[in-house]
Design a protein around this ligand. Structure first.
Ligand code: Z5A
Length: 214
């Protein structure tokens, strides 16, 4: 597939600032005259948002099995890629996506313990050779992200989701997963998300500038 638009993903644990900074990056790019689409996973289309609702809903009467969770992540992704991401990229639009397949490797692979080869097989089926041009890993200790996310939930009155009920050890494995991915893929830019927002955003701007010139 030819790919005139850039595909940028934002990854990291909960509460590290993905939603805040994806919006900031979109505004920064639009101010430079770049056409931008902000989207998220799981979700990003009406069908994929329905799947998201099933995946995140905290209190199913029966526990969701890890393989079910994995397949639903990729079902949502297949829909999102074909209906939204690929057409936008073809039209020269920059796609900024809050989480993508690296989250599947970190959460379902490292977190839940599903085999990485199985995930890779599904990844090939759903996305072929499409990879992000750049992945920002917003990295902070799990306790920092959790306390920020809790603070935001209290402010907005939002409900706890199914992932947020996991133990600390799960989120530590997820963070290790992101570190492993970042160490082995050159598209990653690691940003220290414990820094004040202005510092985080000035680092993002440096990378966006490079991508604009690429
Ligand atoms: N998941 C999966 O398992 N497998 C997959 O393949 C995919 C996803 C795609 C989706 O959650 C869940 O799905 C996710 C993984 C799983 N579950 N978990 N955990 P999500 O992406 O919708 O939500 P989240 O990951 O839990 O993110 P979040 O809680 O929405 O957080 P965030 O977007 O990273 O952070 P934020 O809302 O921008 O910031 C949180 C607060 O911190 C807010 O008040 C900010 O103003 C504040 N903040 C942000 N940055 C700073 C700095 N630098 N200083 C001070 N305060 C800050």
């Amino acid at each position: 597939m030819s790919k005139p638009g850039k595909f940028i993903t934002f990854e990291g644990g909960e509460g590290v600032g993905k939603s805040t900074n994806i919006q900031w990056c979109a505004e920064w790019l639009m101010a430079q005259g770049v056409e931008v689409l902000v989207t998220r996973e799981p979700g990003g289309t009406p069908i994929a948002e329905l799947i998201r609702n099933k995946l995140l809903k905290a209190h199913h009467a029966e526990p969701m099995m890890p393989m079910t969770e994995l397949l639903l992540m990729f079902a949502a992704r297949a829909q999102h890629l074909q209906a939204v991401i690929e057409p936008a990229l073809q039209n020269g639009i920059w796609v900024l996506c809050d989480r993508f397949t690296d989250s599947t490797i970190a959460y379902q692979g490292f977190g839940r313990g599903l085999e990485l080869e199985t995930i890779d097989t599904l990844k090939q089926l759903a996305q072929g050779n499409l990879e992000p041009d750049c992945t920002f890993l917003l990295d902070a200790p799990v306790s920092v992200g959790m306390s920020r996310a809790r603070g935001r939930s209290i402010e907005t009155g939002e409900q706890t989701d199914r992932f947020e009920t996991e133990a600390l050890a799960f989120f530590e494995r997820v963070r290790d997963g992101f570190h492993t991915l970042a160490a082995t893929h050159s598209r990653f830019v690691i940003i220290d998300a414990e820094q004040p927002l202005e510092r985080v955003q000035s680092e993002l701007a440096v990378s966006l500038e490079v991508l604009r010139g690429a």
